[in-house]
Ligand binder design. Structure first.
Ligand SMILES: [Zn+2]
Length: 148
């Protein structure tokens, strides 16, 4: 049987005689990707499989209620790290929503000023890798001066 090129790592491999249509080599990383892709495609295509996959962790949580609460109590540093990461993901999602919101102004053409405030501002201004928050706030139209 001829050699093949793995669709993930592009290395040449010898397919198993038991798997004549094998397209992925035997490396653990490539096999993991193959299983992940299969799982993703199967979930998208097979409603019964999708339901079983959704149900399984639900049943596990019902049998082990309180597991995650205990885990967070035992590992406060992990819980705090996860909380920070979730805040970042939430913030990113809100920014994406804002960018996709057609009622928002065209951000590319908005004249913006960024103000750095606080005790670390001087340091931040000179530090290109510093994390920064930019708040985008729609300005109210200026009120016409009433003559009455
Ligand atoms: Zn491979």
């Amino acid at each position: 049987m001829g050699e093949r090129r793995c669709r993930y790592c592009q290395q040449v491999f010898q397919p198993s005689k038991f798997q004549p249509r094998q397209t992925v080599c035997g490396e653990a990383g490539c096999q993991r990707k193959r299983r992940t892709d299969y799982h993703r495609e199967k979930i998208a295509a097979d409603p019964e499989y999708r339901e079983v996959c959704r149900d399984s962790p639900r049943k596990w949580r019902a049998r082990h209620s309180g597991y995650w609460k205990q885990y967070r109590e035992k590992h406060p540093e992990v819980a705090e790290h996860n909380r920070r990461q979730q805040k970042l993901r939430d913030r990113k999602r809100r920014l994406c929503d804002l960018a996709n919101n057609t009622s928002a102004l065209d951000l590319k053409h908005s004249a913006a000023q960024v103000w750095l405030v606080g005790p670390g501002a001087a340091h931040l201004a000179n530090n290109n890798s510093a994390p920064a928050q930019v708040w985008v706030i729609e300005a109210l139209p200026s009120r016409p001066v009433s003559s009455a």
